[in-house]
Every structure is written in C-alpha cells, then in structure tokens.
Design a binder for this molecule. Structure first.
Ligand code: HSE
Length: 318
C-alpha cells in the first residue's frame, strides 16, 4: 500500500481549489481559484508504474485529516477503478499531496478526485475523453459529498467559470469571466460537511424564490457575455442556500456586513461553506478585506485568506 512515488518518470498533476455555486448558481455554477501571489491552492497527485496492484501513499499539510486506512481514500479507489477497468498488467504507485482542508467549501474532495483521475488518464495514455472523464469525476466526488453535482469538479478540471448544463451530451460550458475582478476567499479553519449543509435546505421552494433564482442566474450569465460587471454584481445574489446556511457558519453574517463597509462589491458562501468569497475590482480594497478577514474571520489553526483571480487553466501536469 505505501510504496512512495520517487522516480523521475513520475507524472505530477495539480488540480486547483474551486468555489461551488458562486453565490448565484446553486449546484449550477462553479469557478476555479488561483491566488495572485502564486501560492499553491489545490491538491497534487503523483503517479508512476509499479508492481501489480495499487500502491497508495499520502502526504501534505492536510493529510492528517484523511482516513488512516489508505484503502478508504478516494484516490486509492480511483486508481483501483482504473487498473481493474483497463485490466492493467502493471500496477501504479500513486501519492496524494493533500493541500486543501477537508470540508472547507473549496472543493477539497473534487480537487483530490480530479487530480487523481486526470493523472491516471495521463498515465494510461488517455483511455477516457474529456466528457467521459468529467462524468467519472462527478461520480467519484459524489461518493464523498453524498450527491452528484458538478459545480466543483467541472471548474477544477476545466478551469475558469463553468455553467452546468447536465444534458446527455454535455455536462458543462465555460462562460466568459471578468478579468478585472479579485476574489478574496477566507477559510476560517473549521470543517463543515456538505451533506449536513445540504440538509439545512428546504425540500421545496416558493415560486417567487424559483423565479428570482432563474432571473439572477440568467442575468449573471447574460452580463458575463456582455462583459457588464455592474449588472453582474447587482444580480450576484444567493436566494437558494445563503438564507438557510448563513447562521451555521460562525461569523459569516458579521463578516459580510463588514466587507460591504470596506467597499467590497458582494460577498457569498463558497460552496457549502465555511469559506466565504468577496468580490472587488480594486486590488487595494482586496488586500484590506484579506487583512480584515485574517484578523476577524479566521478562528482555528490552519485558517487562511487569499486574494485570488480565476484559474483559467484548470487541472494540469506540473
Ligand atoms: N453546490 C453544492 C452545495 C456543493 O452547495 O451543496 C458545493 O460545493
């Protein structure tokens, strides 16, 4: 189980953190993140050929939060799936470098799954095409989060801002982004389970809420194509999840109000939280928001804040 990946023939893949929902598109919109200081905000997976079977190891700052039994890890399970599906004679040594906190709202499980499946697909000379691989990513990520939704795996894999289509022939489509925006993200250090945060949501919504949701999301997509940032910000509102999740995230509502005072254009929950995102087109304002969040929103060891832009590349070999 624990053969380390060491040779210079190893493939290394990086998969960026992502924000599910992006406030306005519950389960239907997601964006990949790149800190502007160039720091790493995503998991890496290293893979190389080995004796028969799957030899899994894990490392990195958040590896201690993963199950100790490697066989329970999703990356191990992705590798077993590949080896069995391809009936591979030779095995693989695969190592997960866990750089993202679990249960953070930054697409941590998606990052591990996407990096692993991308690396396996490269190692085995691409038996799966882009759509097939994406479907597989959604399926494996769903095993961890409790339900299949692509708003983390799609942007993590393909980069930029992705709109879910969920049609038989196409899972998602890339939409234009606002290159002048800074996305300040802050992870307070606590962990929240996506499944539990989904349980807070009502089973059904009022007709007026459904109409507002459709209007906001379609206006945001329209504004993105028109490159109209004012319109985009004015409709970047969450009527589906934030009203039911805000109170379950310590300090979120207070931070949201303070960030507005600091001049941030809008603030929302990244995925199912507790990470929040806040948008501005001014770098100085972004740095001030980051400093405020570091001082007031981070509550546990391991918390962090970053000024980001969107990662337009998505998952890649590094
Ligand atoms: N869109 C899902 C949710 C997952 O908000 O529950 C986000 O990571």
């Amino acid at each position: 189980m624990s053969k380390q990946v060491t040779s210079d023939k190893a493939i290394t893949v990086y998969a960026p953190a992502s924000m599910g929902n992006v406030g306005v598109g519950f389960d239907l919109l997601g964006a990949a993140l790149a800190p502007i200081d160039g720091s790493l905000l995503g998991d890496r997976v290293m893979i190389e050929a080995a004796d028969a079977g799957v030899h899994y190891s894990q490392t990195g700052p958040w590896a201690h939060k993963l199950p100790e039994d490697g066989k329970q890890n999703i990356v191990y399970q992705c590798a077993v799936f590949f080896v069995e599906k391809l009936n591979a004679k030779q095995g693989v040594a695969i190592c997960l470098e866990k750089n993202l906190p679990v249960g953070s709202g930054l697409g941590s499980s998606a990052s591990s799954v996407v990096a692993a499946l991308y690396a396996l697909n490269e190692h085995f000379e691409q038996p799966f095409d882009e759509q097939a691989l994406l479907l597989l990513m959604g399926e494996f990520e769903g095993k961890i989060s409790g339900s299949v939704h692509f708003d983390n795996v799609a942007p993590c894999y393909l980069g930029g801002m992705q709109l879910m289509l969920n049609t038989p022939n196409k899972v998602c489509a890339s939409i234009p982004t606002f290159k002048q925006w800074y996305w300040v993200v802050a992870y307070p250090g606590i962990s929240l389970s996506t499944a539990k945060m989904r349980d807070l949501l009502p089973p059904q919504y009022d007709k007026a809420v459904a109409i507002d949701f459709g209007r906001h999301l379609s206006a945001f997509v329209h504004a993105s194509y028109q490159q109209d940032p004012k319109l985009a910000i004015s409709v970047l509102k969450d009527v589906m999840a934030e009203p039911y999740r805000a109170d379950a995230i310590p300090g979120y509502s207070h931070a949201r109000a303070e960030l507005e005072t600091l001049g941030m254009l809008t603030t929302g929950i990244s995925g199912s939280g507790p990470t929040l995102f806040s948008v501005t087109d001014n770098l100085e304002t972004a740095e001030a928001a980051k400093a405020w969040l570091e001082q007031h929103y981070l509550s546990q060891a391991g918390g962090f804040a970053h000024v980001c832009q969107l990662d337009e590349q998505g998952t890649r070999r590094v």
